[in-house]
Design a binder for this molecule. Sequence first.
Ligand code: CLF
Ligand code: SF4
Length: 277
Amino acid sequence: MSEAVLHGHPCFGGDRHKYGRLHLAVAPACNIQCAFCVRKHDCVAESRPGVTSKVLTPKQALQRVRLVMEDPKMREVIRVVGIAGPGDPLANEATFETFRLVRHAFPDLLTCLSSNGLLLPERFPDLLGFGLHSLTVTINAMDPEVGARIYSDVRLHGKLLEGVAGARVLVANQIEGVGLAARHGIVTKVNTVLIPGVNEDQIPLIARAALSLGATVMNIMPLIPQGAFAAIPPPSEQHLRQVRDANSLIIPQFRHCSQCRADAIGLIADKSCGGVR
Ligand code: CLF
Ligand code: SF4
């Protein structure tokens, strides 16, 4: 990991008490359905991925960056501009336009994107085109049979792929995408949702794949039970710690994730940092 990353990016080992991120919620559409995902576009009370107060256009997003960076306190804190939803960033053209606008106006801010990875291989040239700095791919299974329990459908090029067929394509594209990004010098992280009783046995397989593909860090996050997985109890803190500890023998673990909203702003440790200011 480069010094700039270590010091500046709170989700990649940078000082999370000093440096923060600004999420731009420009990406409402998604191309898969995860069993634990419920997206809301009007919620200021909930703080979790998939939630935003408002979906912004690329121009509104740039305006938001300008407003935030006018505040001297925020200017001290914000190092990263991230797009992480509320849907999948790569499934929304607005993501690319927003990054182009922000890169041009604020070349010193690190650009960061979080995706399910389905479109990574085909959209990778566009990410290289505007100089993406860091990438997160959420991989919850390596085995498509397990993936089929987590992803009810996958939509690619107008085709609906259900069950194992969809999961197989998704996993293949995630693997190809992580490898591409790491080989091109993009700092890459793999996020995995720990879903008790569903994907525990997959996690070491994901960790080994992430390491061999060139990812720098893994982030194992607890399930937030909702949607089709609403009845699954989330892992206890002790369970989560055990899984992180075990997998830290394979690849470094990021342990400070706040499972941010799509419009979060400020320090990742600050749970009140979501919502439009
Ligand atoms: Fe945002 Fe994600 Fe970039 Fe960080 S969040 S797009 S890598 S700038 Fe960070 Fe938030 Fe956890 Fe994500 S704490 S949910 S890992
Ligand atoms: Fe929700 Fe993200 Fe899964 Fe899409 S990829 S269904 S936005 S969790």
